[in-house]
Design a protein around this ligand. Structure first.
Ligand code: A3P
Length: 338
C-alpha cells in the first residue's frame, strides 16, 4: 500500500518526464522525498510509511506488498534484536519435527537459523527443501521485521487465515542488544556511542521503529484477534520455555502429543535451540549468512536484565518516561529481570 507521499512523488515523476515514470527513478525520487536520519550502522534511516528503514530495504518492502499468503502460512514478526534467531530456530524445529531428530539430524546443527527461515523479502528466491514448496497445503514459515500496519495485505487478511507469531522483548535489553550488534558486530565505519544510540532509540529512530509502535501494532491485533496473532514475550520464553513452546506449537497448528511430551521431545527441542547450544556449533562460530554480519554476532548473551550493566539511572528514567508516555493504557507490560 502506498502512502500519499509515495503516490505524490510517483505522479510528479511521471508528469516531469511526460511519460510513464521509470520504476527506478520513482524509487530514487521517493527515497529523496523521505525524512532521513543518520542510521545505526553505515546506512541512513528513512521514515517510510511511519517507520524507520534503510533505503536498501524500501524497494523490497514495496515489492513484498504483492506477496500472496496462503491459508497455512506462519509469519514470524519480530522487532530487530528481540530474539528473531531464537524464534526462527524454535518454530522451524517445532514445525519440522516429524522429519528431524533434534540431536541427530536437525538442519540447525549445520545451518544458521536465518538460513532456514527466509525473510519475507527473500522468499520468492529462497530455494530450500520443501519450504518453498508449491504445495498449497504445506505450511510455509517466513519472518519479517515489518510493523503490523506495513505487512502485505494478504498476510493481514482474515479471509486467508495465515497466522502471525510476534516475539516481544523488553525495550531496555533490546536497546543494549542493538547497540552491541550495530556498533561492534557490523562493518559500521563510525560506531555510535552508547549515548547517541540511546538518544535515537528514545526518539523512535531505530530500524522498523519506533519500538513502541512496532510492539503496540501487534499487541492490539493479538488482543482483538488472538486466533490470528500470537503475542509471545522473550522473557516468558526464557523463564518457562516448555510452556511457551507448547503455546507456540498449538498456535502453529502442530500441537505436541502426550507421547511427544512424555518422551521429552519439547525439552530436546528447547536444548537444541538454546543459545548455549547454537552458539557452540561450527556454523554459528565461523559461518556468515548475511553479507555484513558474521553468524556469531547473533549469539551474544541472551539474558534478561543485561541492561543494568550499561544504562545510567538518568537513562533508565528517560526510557521509563518514553514507555509511560507512548504505551500507557494498552496493558502491555515488560519484565526487565527474571
Ligand atoms: P543479546 O544481545 O541481549 O545477547 P535477534 O535474533 O533478533 O537479532 O536478537 C538477538 C538477541 O537474541 C541477542 O541478545 C542474542 O544473544 C539473543 N539470542 C540469540 N539466540 C538466542 C537463543 N537461542 N536464545 C535466547 N536468546 C538468543
Amino acid at each position: 500500500m502506498e502512502n500519499d507521499q509515495t503516490r505524490a512523488t510517483i505522479t510528479t515523476a511521471a508528469a516531469t518526464t511526460g511519460k510513464e515514470a521509470d520504476h527506478d527513478d520513482c524509487h530514487d525520487l521517493l527515497i529523496a522525498s523521505l525524512p532521513k536520519e543518520k542510521g545505526w550502522s553505515s546506512h541512513q534511516l528513512y521514515l517510510y510509511q511511519g517507520f524507520w528503514c534503510p533505503s536498501v530495504y524500501i524497494r523490497e518492502e514495496m515489492a513484498a506488498q504483492h506477496f500472496q499468503a496462503r491459508q497455512k502460512d506462519i509469519v514470524l514478526a519480530i522487532n530487530p534484536k528481540s530474539g528473531t534467531t531464537w524464534l526462527k530456530a524454535l518454530a522451524f524445529s517445532i514445525l519440522h519435527r516429524q522429519h528431524y531428530t533434534p540431536s541427530q539430524n536437525s538442519p540447525l546443527l549445520t545451518s544458521n537459523p536465518h538460513a532456514l527461515v527466509p525473510n519475507l523479502f527473500l522468499f520468492q528466491g529462497f530455494v530450500d527443501q520443501d519450504l518453498n514448496s508449491n504445495n498449497a497445503h504445506s505450511t510455509r514459515l517466513l519472518a519479517t521485521h515489518l510493523p503490523y500496519h506495513a505487512l502485505p495485505p494478504s498476510i493481514k487478511s482474515l479471509a486467508i487465515g495465515c497466522r502471525i507469531v510476534y516475539l516481544c522483548r523488553n525495550p531496555y535489553d533490546t536497546f543494549i542488544s542493538a547497540w552491541h550488534f550495530f556498533t561492534k558486530a557490523s562493518d559500521s565505519l563510525e560506531p555510535l556511542s552508547l549515548n547517541d544510540a540511546f538518544d535515537m532509540y528514545c526518539r523512535g529512530i531505530f530500524g522498523y521503529g519506533p519500538f513502541w509502535d512496532h510492539m503496540l501494532g501487534y499487541w492490539k491485533e493479538s488482543s482483538e484477534r488472538p486466533q490470528k496473532v500470537l503475542f509471545l514475550k522473550y522473557e516468558d520464553l526464557k523463564d518457562n520455555p516448555i510452556l511457551h513452546m507448547k503455546r507456540l506449537a498449538e498456535f502453529m497448528g502442530v500441537p505436541f502429543s502426550i507421547e511427544e511430551e512424555n518422551e521429552g521431545l519439547i525439552e530436546e527441542i528447547s536444548r537444541l535451540c538454546s543459545i548455549n547450544n547454537l552458539r557452540e556449533l561450527d556454523v554459528n562460530k565461523t559461518g556468515k549468512f548475511f553479507p555484513h554480519f558474521e553468524n556469531k554476532a547473533f549469539f551474544r548473551k541472551g539474558e534478561v536484565g543485561d541492561w543494568v550493566n550499561y544504562l545510567t539511572p538518568e537513562m533508565v528514567a528517560r526510557l521509563d518516561k518514553v514507555i509511560q508516555e507512548k504505551m500507557v493504557g494498552f496493558g502491555l507490560t515488560f519484565k526487565t529481570s527474571l
